[in-house]
Design a binder for this molecule. Structure first.
Ligand code: ACO
Length: 325
């Protein structure tokens, strides 16, 4: 029997040229490179200049993913952009990326699940491809978190950076006994009762401003480990695989200690975990596609590898996916 699978056929990422090392913060707040490195694993992040926006970075990452996949812009009939830092309140930033790529067919929309945004976007693109509503999708995460940071709050300003990552997802027929490539399972959750531990203190319909990020880091950390482990166990159960079969874990890049605790609980050796956060910090919804693209560029993935990914962010929203490369 034929089934449709969504296969990742290309990846790409973009980081702004301006690199901000940990030493930058030492100059004006009470912090140190040692503290940031030991508590988070982050060494540097990139900040977009004023003229660079979520859409311009998303376009650059998308162009690279298209080139890597061999698809042309006109082949794409779906764009989902995961972001919490849109260019404008409306129209959606996804439509501006669509326009920047010269695409006039299909449809594009933004999806907001903060740091879990890419997992939510990929799961939705997969569902639209499997249902026949789309055939070739660009799934993008792009963020300008530097614009919503309180630069004087040492507990948050050191964590986040700007950047974009993208994947091309193509529907492919899979016959029984044939190729098993593509997304095997997804698992999504949210619980709005946790709003107060991670949020932005502004918004169109409340303060009419964009506001600044606020976070109770310790509490988010605790929820992150337990919720990511639970969701990953569920997604593995759905796909009928065990963590011993996972070739690569590509987790959300927020804090190396969260990555270590989570993968240790899941019994995934650290050698199989892609860690890129030292070079770009937490880029929220862009973090997983950036890591996928970096690892792909480095030639880490082989056809048929089982790849696990998971993320948690404001909401709280969290989830995971498993795909065969
Ligand atoms: N430099 C120096 N000291 C600092 C800094 C800093 N930049 N930030 C905090 N401290 C201090 C604190 O004030 C505290 O001091 P005190 O003991 O005198 O009160 C001490 O360091 C310890 O602070 P903790 O908050 O307990 O440190 P912790 O080990 O929890 O690390 C961190 C903080 C890095 C924020 C961690 O909790 C974390 O990573 N949390 C999760 C963040 C996350 O994953 N977010 C993902 C979602 S993001 C999204 O969705 C947008």
């Amino acid at each position: 029997m034929d089934t449709i699978r969504s296969v990742v056929t290309g990846t790409g990422h973009y980081l702004p040229e301006n690199i901000v090392p940990n030493s930058y913060f030492e100059e004006y707040i009470d912090t140190s490179d040692e503290w940031i490195t030991a508590r988070t694993g982050i060494k540097r992040r990139h900040y977009a200049p004023t003229e660079e926006t979520t859409s311009t970075m998303g376009i650059k990452a998308a162009r690279k993913a298209l080139k890597n996949s061999g698809c042309k812009p006109e082949d794409i009939d779906l764009i989902i952009l995961a972001t919490s830092t849109s260019d404008h309140t409306f129209p959606s930033t996804a439509t501006q990326i669509q326009n920047g790529l010269g695409i006039t067919r299909g449809y594009a929309f933004d999806l907001q699940a903060v740091c879990a945004g890419f997992v939510f976007a990929l799961a939705n693109a997969n569902a639209l491809i499997k249902s026949g509503e789309a055939t070739k999708a660009l799934v993008i995460g792009s963020e300008t978190f530097s614009r919503i940071l309180d630069k004087n709050d040492r507990t948050t300003c050191i964590l986040f950076g700007d950047g974009a990552g993208a994947v091309v997802l193509e529907g492919a027929k899979t016959t029984n006994g044939g190729s098993d490539r593509g997304i095997l399972a997804t698992d999504l959750h949210s619980d709005g009762s946790f709003k107060d531990i991670l949020y932005v203190d502004g918004g169109v319909s409340t303060t009419k401003t964009s506001g600044h990020l606020r976070m109770k880091g310790k509490e988010v950390f605790r929820h992150a480990v337990s919720k990511l482990v639970n969701s990953t166990e569920r997604v593995m159960e759905k796909a009928n695989v065990t963590s011993a079969e996972v070739d690569w874990a590509v987790p959300h890049q927020a804090n190396v200690r969260i990555i270590q605790s989570t993968t240790q609980k899941l019994k995934i050796p650290i050698e199989k975990v892609v860690v890129t956060l030292q070079n770009h910090g937490n880029t929220s919804a862009a973090s997983i596609p950036i890591s996928l693209s970096v690892a792909n560029e480095e030639g880490k993935f082989k056809k048929g590898d089982l790849i696990l990914s998971h993320a948690i962010g404001g909401g709280l929203c969290w989830g995971s996916f498993l795909l065969r490369w």
